[in-house]
Design a protein around this ligand. Structure first.
Ligand code: FAD
Ligand code: FES
Ligand code: MG
Length: 278
């Protein structure tokens, strides 16, 4: 059993839990994830490892309540246990000293971006971080990202904190004045698609983290199939990080929309906002 030793509501419907999982806490690297089940009847929930405390044997997870299983997870209280937590899964991010790097996070994607921000800073990079969300309350991990960034730019849809606008506008501003070696973007699929287009305009490689439906997390079920560089990849074992320019975004977004029709409308709004802002 995997005990939840700490639990906190970080933002409306976003929760942070620290789970006792010593083996994972010793091994997990930025970019990797776990798959957990709340009880023996539970669905498998893939969640990014946000941070680890190897000495205490703790793994930090942050999740947004989006459906049945995440709602159930939000009701697991301190002292209670999860049936299983499997990991670390996926390929770790390539962390090196590249020079100046750009990290872009949107919504709950900021949770998955944070370990990469931290890892790149600790490897000696000059880190420029751009975070975006609908409104101030949803802009999580601001202080921690600030701690590991040389520059932090905040963007909100309503201007309640930072600048009003999209993360791609902040990217353009930074590309205009900085020599960026490599970039990362993690957030909604539509955001990652436009971050890729923006980085490509400036000839900067950008990595994205894909989150298709995952079931077994071991490359066996085929649930997480994506097309990257014209070939079939399994995001759970070949990713979840891929070079943005190699992802078949139209196929990926349309597959995600099959599972989540409400995303279609959100994507249309995003596309309009991007085109209004040039
Ligand atoms: P449901 O009502 O079942 O589904 C809501 C939506 O969630 C679906 O339309 C689909 O888009 C997605 N989803 C549902 N089941 C799965 C599944 N088995 N695999 C992937 N997506 C699913 N979310 C976070 O909040 N924080 C994270 O750190 C995080 N990291 C992730 C890392 C990876 C590698 C992947 C693949 C996903 C990650 N997610 C993360 C998404 C998270 O797994 C889903 O939000 C969650 O499984 C939804 O379960 P549900 O039953 O509450 O929602
Ligand atoms: Fe089954 Fe990736 S989750 S193949
Ligand atoms: Mg579900």
């Amino acid at each position: 059993m995997f005990k939840v030793v700490k639990r906190k509501e970080l933002a409306p419907i976003e929760f942070e839990i620290f789970v006792e999982a010593p083996r994972i806490a010793n091994k997990a690297k930025p970019g990797q994830f776990v798959i957990l089940r709340i009880d023996e009847y539970g669905e498998r929930i893939p969640l990014t490892v946000v941070d680890v405390d190897p000495e205490a044997g703790l793994v930090r997870l942050i999740f947004q309540v989006i459906g049945k299983s995440t709602a159930q997870l939000s009701k697991v209280m301190e002292g209670e246990s999860l049936a299983d937590v499997v990991g670390p899964l996926g390929k770790p991010t390539d962390i090196e000293n590249f020079g100046t790097v750009m990290l872009v996070g949107g919504g709950v994607g900021i949770a998955a971006l944070f370990p990469i921000v931290k890892g790149l800073k600790e490897a000696g990079n000059r880190v420029i971080t751009i975070l975006g969300a609908k409104t101030k309350d949803l802009l999580i991990l601001r202080d921690e990202c600030q701690e590991y960034s040389d520059e932090l730019i905040l963007m909100t849809d309503d201007g309640s904190i930072g600048q009003k606008g999209l993360v791609t506008q902040a990217m353009e501003e930074v590309f205009g004045r900085e020599d960026i070696h490599t970039a990362w973007a993690i957030g909604p699929s539509i955001m990652m698609k436009f971050c890729t287009i923006t980085a490509q305009k400036h000839d900067v490689p950008i990595y994205v983290s894909l989150n298709p439906i995952m079931i077994d997390g071991t490359g066996m079920c085929g649930g997480c199939r994506v097309t990257v560089a014209d070939s079939i990849k399994f995001a759970c074992v070949d990713g979840p990080e891929f070079l943005g320019e190699e992802v078949d975004w139209d196929e990926f977004i349309s597959r995600m929309q099959q599972y989540r029709p409400e995303e279609m409308q959100a994507n249309e709004i995003y596309e309009k906002q991007v085109s209004n802002n040039g």
